[in-house]
Ligand binder design. Structure first.
Ligand code: ARG
Length: 567
């Protein structure tokens, strides 16, 4: 019996005693919970809802029902307060679960439900000539993990890096470069120096508004294809992309497309024309806008000087992507602060009559703060992703030097641990929560960290190496199943359902939290059980260890984190 069948058995036992209440099988299934504490059973049925319907006390209902239902499929069924707790026949479920994992290996939890339908993910999308910030890290790692999760369920993710390579900021940058910059400086360290010019521009433009006029001029030149402006732009873009690619290589993340905002330059006229043809375009103080009613501010499509905007390019991009990929869903993994923008984007597409606007979803996420303060490029309060990765790898090196100085592949492992720590730290937080970034918190081998999960996996692998484990097929012994081992089995059994939940909620943190929970349950077992003892349950215990190693590796892989065999 696998865990799904066990859940259905709970529903089947409840169904006959609940028929009078008119609950469907579906409804019963949706009410069944997994208790936090296994003392409370493996599944529990709360009676609060019934209590409302029946005007009876929940405790009373739980007791009545337990007396009536057929408990023969379970080890034990009992009423505890307002809950009916079901205890499974452990051996049966454990046997099936372990067997399935050892057979399917990294495919455990995979499905074909997506039927290769295309899901477009707009993710990372840093801005040219600016450093990639911790904010872009969030988009990159959340997007990448969602792509992994969707692929696991048989969807076809398309990862698009919508580079911020167009817009009025390039006018500012060109003015700044021409006034204060030098070719030699940019060549030596493009991002730092371009950023420096840009910050200087913003320090001065309050008192020198003529700078803004010049910047507008330069951006217009760029939009009109002026050769000097174009040349500068191309140069800034190439240098920036080189720097971004270094970071992506570090993270082990790649993209299916780097078509950024500039790609849509020759596709915007058509959109503006279409808006006009459909009677949606209004003129307001010289600018072209689409009115979006009471709920949303109007979308500005063209400024009074004719310049296009961020949303104009996003409109062209959405239409282009629908034509190119015929997506089922289009996700935009972008910070919460752009909620209004994406609401406007959807609203304008809806007004244009595109029903697929409903398939667009803004996957928002919270801010990363530092010492409680918002990070800001303009105020110069940035944490550079490159520095963070570098520092994190260095911390990992120090830890390894302390704990395992003779480790083979030390460099590679330190890289996997340092980078994995940063990714995990980001993904373990609920997507929409803000969180404070502190490097020391990230690379710890204990607590709720990536290295802790990686370390647990390495520990499992080390046990298997010592035992010279060759994959003892399916031997599993009921006597292995003490409470601690059973706790692991239940965690293993829940993995497929956790993946489904993560996909439904677009929430990689569920996978990260799950990995921590599984790791904890394994370490608890390890602390209480001698695994490597030559007795007739050795094979059985090793199979359990192997199943843990497989599932931890796969959970980390879904997050985009490596699982070294030794550390
Ligand atoms: N470049 C933008 C920024 O850094 C994010 C772009 C998000 N994607 C989009 N299609 N608008 O804020």
């Amino acid at each position: 019996m696998d865990i799904q069948q066990a859940k259905v058995a709970v529903q089947t036992a409840l169904q006959p005693v609940l028929t009078d209440l008119g609950l469907t099988a579906e409804q019963i299934l949706s009410l069944i919970e997994v208790p936090k504490n296994s003392q409370m059973g493996d599944f529990a049925f709360p009676t609060f809802q019934l209590a409302k319907q029946l005007h009876q006390a929940p405790v009373q209902i739980a007791q009545n029902l337990v007396e009536q239902l057929d408990a023969s499929a379970f080890a034990k069924v009992e009423a505890q307060g307002p809950y009916i707790n079901f205890f499974l026949q452990r051996f049966d479920v454990a046997q099936t679960t372990i067997q399935t994992i050892l057979m399917q290996q990294q495919d455990y939890g995979s499905t074909t439900q997506g039927q290769r339908r295309t899901m477009v993910l707009d993710m990372s999308s840093p801005n040219i000539a600016k450093p990639m910030s911790m904010g872009h890290l969030r988009s990159t790692v959340i997007g990448n993990s969602l792509a992994n999760i969707l692929a696991k369920l048989g969807y076809q993710p398309v990862k698009i890096n919508h580079l911020g390579d167009w817009g009025t900021q390039f006018g500012k940058l060109m003015v700044a470069y021409k006034k204060w910059g030098s070719e030699a400086e940019v060549k030596a360290d493009p991002i730092t120096n371009l950023q420096k010019y840009y910050v200087k521009f913003h320090q001065l433009d309050k008192e020198h508004p003529e700078l803004d006029d010049e910047a507008r001029e330069w951006f217009k030149k760029l939009e009109n294809g002026d050769s000097e402006a174009t040349h500068l732009w191309e140069w800034f873009r190439t240098e920036s992309l080189k720097a971004f690619t270094k970071v992506y290589d570090e993270l082990g993340i790649n993209f299916d497309s780097y078509k950024g905002e500039a790609f849509y330059n020759d596709k915007m006229d058509a959109v503006v024309q279409e808006l006009a043809d459909k009677g949606l375009l209004e003129t307001s103080q010289g600018a072209k806008i689409v009115d979006l009613g009471e709920q949303l501010p109007p979308a500005m499509i063209k400024k009074s000087d004719g310049a296009t905007l961020y949303i104009t390019r996003d409109l062209a991009a959405a239409i282009y992507r629908k034509q190119t990929y015929d997506f089922d869903k289009a996700f935009y993994v972008v910070g919460s602060e752009q909620s209004v923008h994406f609401a406007q984007l959807k609203a304008v597409l809806t007004k244009l009559g595109y029903t697929w606007a409903n398939d667009i979803e803004h996957i928002r996420f919270g801010l990363i703060t530092s010492g409680g303060k918002k990070l800001s490029t303009r105020a110069g309060r940035v944490i550079l992703l490159e520095d963070v990765l570098h520092d994190s790898v260095e911390l990992a090196q120090q830890q390894i030097a302390l704990k395992n100085p003779n480790l083979k592949n030390k460099e590679q492992v330190a890289h996997d641990v340092g980078v994995g720590a940063v990714i995990f730290h980001d993904l373990k937080n609920n997507r929409t929560d803000n969180f404070d970034f502190q490097l020391e918190e990230v690379v710890r081998f204990e607590g709720e960290t990536g290295p802790y999960v990686q370390y647990t996996h390495a520990r499992a692998m080390s046990i298997l190496r010592k035992a010279n484990y060759q994959g003892q097929v399916a031997a599993f012994d009921a006597a292995t199943l003490d409470d601690n081992a059973w706790n692991i089995v239940m965690n293993l059994a829940h993995f497929p359902e956790i993946i489904q939940q993560a996909a439904r909620q677009k929430e990689p943190s569920l996978i990260a939290k799950y990995a921590l929970k599984l790791a904890k349950s394994f370490n608890h077992y390890y602390a209480h059980t001698k695994i490597l003892v030559e007795d007739d349950q050795l094979a059985s215990r090793l199979n359990l260890v192997q199943a843990v190693a497989i599932v931890l590796t796969e959970a980390l892989a879904l997050l985009g984190v490596q699982a070294p065999d030794e550390m």
